[in-house]
Design a protein around this ligand. Structure first.
Ligand code: 7RM
Length: 422
């Protein structure tokens, strides 16, 4: 048996420590604007920002979204699989469930240890009713094969959620069928570290969903999509996602840097909050997040969101995951490079490269066709599963990776990507 080495002065036994404390722990009353916590977020470049959340507003946000988005009930077992160091863990493993007096599962470990069915084992064992996870995790499950899921009884589930990035429609369908048994609604929840709690989301059973869309704003949230000048754009035109007015759970400042807070979030369109995301709204008013504005591609004057091209690639049966970035191109201004990981058993051939380019051409149009498709064993990600496109961009343009890599989860991935250059 494997045992942790206990070091005197460093390690203590949990059961012994419990003898020193009282189960009754009365809360301290605080002003609603009293700081609750600081969470550092990398920012795509440069210095990390300490996002400051406060007591009253943040709790209003996580309490109410937990109640209405997850429809939490006394008898429910809720499981948010996020890393607790990600804002999603703060809000929906800890504060949201506890503020509602709900039962919340905490799991600190890998999804594939000891085997790739660990999640489904946990759901079966604890009779989990609501599962909240990220598209990046779902893509890994798809890659590992349906058999790991089929072995388990997931009939306790009644509601599914996703968060962290746009979910590829193909991945949504798999989640709905294989995990939800075709009977569970999926809430695709858009929000940020800065917003504290969910802002764009369906309400289960009440808002009809569309695979890949976070649907409509939560109560009191007023998002809009604008062009460079701040004018609202029409249906299905891409632009910058802003919020017209503040809401209780939003950040109060960047710790120690009020000027940066103002500059970053409130200066581009006066009186409006800048999310940094690109989005479009469809003819029904549904919001579709297309990626970070900094990642949007500009090919021969056409602006293309990363998520649309990536989803087209993921809809190919051989593809597990894709990340699309731009690189300088003398003729078009920018060229499109796609980094693709394949499903187990699929061979990375030249024929497949050409096939994938054509696949994007048929799904979106010739303009979106990648100039180059590069196969990768894995993509560089943060702990929360977000693809670090900034690093891929440097690799795609042949440059050495020079930017900040402190939030990279697995350094080996980067080394392999640079090696694989032809
Ligand atoms: C909760 C979280 C925030 C960024 C955000 C988006 C992206 C998050 C969705 C999404 C499309 C979603 N906080 N994002 N959720 N994009 N659909 N449902 O992820 O601070 O770590 O990241 O994540 O770009 O701005 S975060």
């Amino acid at each position: 048996m494997w045992m942790t080495h206990m070091e005197e002065g460093r390690d203590v036994w949990w059961y012994r420590e419990l003898e020193y404390v009282d189960a009754n722990c009365p809360p301290t009353s605080l002003d609603s604007e009293h700081p609750l916590y600081l969470l550092y977020t990398s920012g795509s470049t440069g210095k990390p920002k300490g996002i400051l959340h406060t007591t009253g507003g943040y709790l209003v946000g996580v309490y109410s979204t937990m109640k209405y988005v997850f429809d939490i009930r006394d008898e429910d077992i809720f499981w948010c699989t996020a890393d607790v160091g990600w804002v999603t863990g703060h809000s929906y493993i800890v504060y949201g469930p506890l503020a509602n007096g709900a039962t919340t599962v905490m799991y600190e470990g890998a999804p594939n240890w000891p085997e790739p069915d660990r999640f489904w084992k946990i759901i079966e064992e604890y009779r989990v009713n609501i599962l909240y996870t990220a598209p990046t995790a779902i893509r890994a499950f798809i890659r590992w094969g349906d058999d790991w899921v089929a072995k388990h009884d997931l009939s306790s589930l009644r509601l599914l959620g996703t968060v962290g990035e746009p979910i590829n429609p193909e991945v949504w369908m798999w989640y709905h069928k294989n995990i939800g048994g075709g009977r569970c609604p999926i809430v695709d929840t858009w929000w940020q570290t800065e917003t504290g709690s969910i802002l764009i989301t369906p309400l289960p059973g009440a808002i009809p969903t569309k695979p890949g869309s976070a649907t409509l704003p939560f109560f009191g949230v007023e998002p809009a999509i604008v062009d460079e000048k701040g004018h609202e754009v029409g249906p299905n035109v891409g632009g910058k996602l802003i919020l017209r007015r503040p809401w209780p759970a939003m950040l109060r400042t960047i710790y120690g840097d009020k000027a940066r807070y103002r500059q970053q979030y409130w200066s581009e369109f006066k009186g409006n909050y800048l999310t940094g995301d690109g989005a479009r709204r469809d003819e029904d008013g549904y919001f579709w997040i297309v990626g970070r504005i900094d990642d949007v591609l500009n090919v021969a004057g056409h602006r293309l969101g990363t998520s649309e091209i990536e989803s087209a690639l993921v809809s190919h049966p051989g593809v597990a995951e894709a990340a699309v970035v731009s690189r300088p191109d003398e003729l078009k201004g920018q060229g499109v490079v796609a980094f693709v990981t394949l499903k187990t058993g699929i061979d990375p051939t030249r024929g497949l490269q050409a096939e994938l380019r054509d696949h994007v051409g048929t799904h979106i149009g010739a303009i979106a066709k990648p100039d180059e498709v590069r196969f990768a064993e894995a993509l560089p990600k943060t702990r929360s599963g977000k693809i670090m496109r900034r690093l891929l961009k440097e690799i795609a343009s042949g440059a050495k990776v020079t930017g900040d890599t402190t939030t990279l989860e697995d350094f080996g991935v980067l080394a392999k990507l640079s090696d694989s250059e032809e």
